[in-house]
Design a protein around this ligand. Sequence first.
Ligand code: NDP
Length: 451
Amino acid sequence: MSYDFDLFVIGAGSGGVRAARFAASFGARVAVAESRYLGGTCVNVGCVPKKLMVYAAHFHDDFQLSRSFGWDVEAKSFDWSTLIRNKNTEIERLNAIYEKLLLNSGVTLLNGHAKLIDAHTVAVNGQQYSAEHILIAVGGWPQVPDIPGREHVTDSNQVFFLPEQPKRVLVVGGCYIAVEFASVFHGLGSETQLAYRGDLFLRGFDQDVREHLQQELLKKDMTLRFNCDVQNIDKQADKSLLITFKDGQTTEVDCVFYATGRRPMLDNLGLENVNVKLDKQGHIAVNELYQTSESSILAIGDVTGGMQLTPVALAEGMAVARRLFRKEEYRPVDYNLIPTAVFSLPNIATVGLSEEQARADGFAVQVFKSTFRPMKLSLSEQQERIFMKLIVDEKTDRVLGCHMVGPAAGELMQGIAVALKAGATKQVFDDTIGIHPTAAEEFVTMRTPSA
Ligand code: NDP
């Protein structure tokens, strides 16, 4: 049977664009449908604008610090609208680059919502297209619990377009987006509180890392509310929001920002017309080849509920394109030792196992830790400290995990991730000559185990 396309991709985010471009470059006839913006979450309401806002927030400390080096700098004010406008211009530039990349690869780009009609047919803007393979790469969408006053909440899409900087903000949630945006708001001068329902934020991260970040945020006078759940939100006559917590406490803010996870974006996708099964959490269930229970339909990225990270979606998109259209170059995605960073201020970066996970997995471990004040702060009164930690398998000497809280932790961790992927032992770290003077050299000079 002949189809209009070899591959029809639904969603032009990180994973979808990667799969489409490479499939087309391998000679396949490819279409991509996108109903919103090219580049998906990462480019429009995720990694890219978030990082720009983190940079903006960091100037607060930088201006202060520069005085200790003799600069006479006074940060008179911060203009939110300039940041948002410039950020929007940059995102539009990236949207245009994505469009060019797709069109130059020979991909047919369809602007509109795509709906599955059957296992080989998709409808966009009232027209039907057939394809041998259909790839669902529609990503996720912010999820806000159903609490009274939910309509007053700002979610993690809307936060990038707030018309004004809130003077007082409550961030609800306790993982990547919550701690990143709490840092952004705080750095930009908003009075910031973070409320998390558990004992300590960043569940799943190494306990020392979580505690270190807690201490650093407290030093900056951020208000952290743990074991704290919102009961309801009331809008008051002056437009401020009155938050009542489940323990009866209240607080008044100008913005309540919810970062309580993301759900797969399956709205009106036409799943009822095909045999695509969902997993228990409601994500599209796929096998190791990203095939759904409908053999012609594949899915990658956040919609499948794996690690919700752009580089993971990119790798999956690449794997799909190669397996379908360039078999000889196909390599399965290696999900081991995926490094990740949280762009809180200070940053967190991590690769491999936490100490708790290593012990739970049955490893006898040696732990190396270091806490120190960065040299850059030595002329100032700023008391921020860097934290570094290595988890080593006592039996084989292999480094199982590496964690850092401190400036540019993500930049540094990428290289360490390469070492861990190559199976580096602690001896290899010890035999590596440091780069002096850097914070990074501490990773090759930690000699005494702490446990
Ligand atoms: P996560 O799913 O990582 O975390 C959700 C947070 O909200 C958790 O702390 C969770 O608590 C809490 N939560 C969930 N439901 C409720 C509820 N009903 N009431 C109160 N609290 C609740 O979501 P994020 O929104 O932070 O991020 C989504 C994904 O995006 C992440 O998993 C990450 O992979 C990705 N991301 C990556 C970034 C990066 O690489 N730097 C940056 C931003 C996002 P609990 O821990 O108790 O479950």
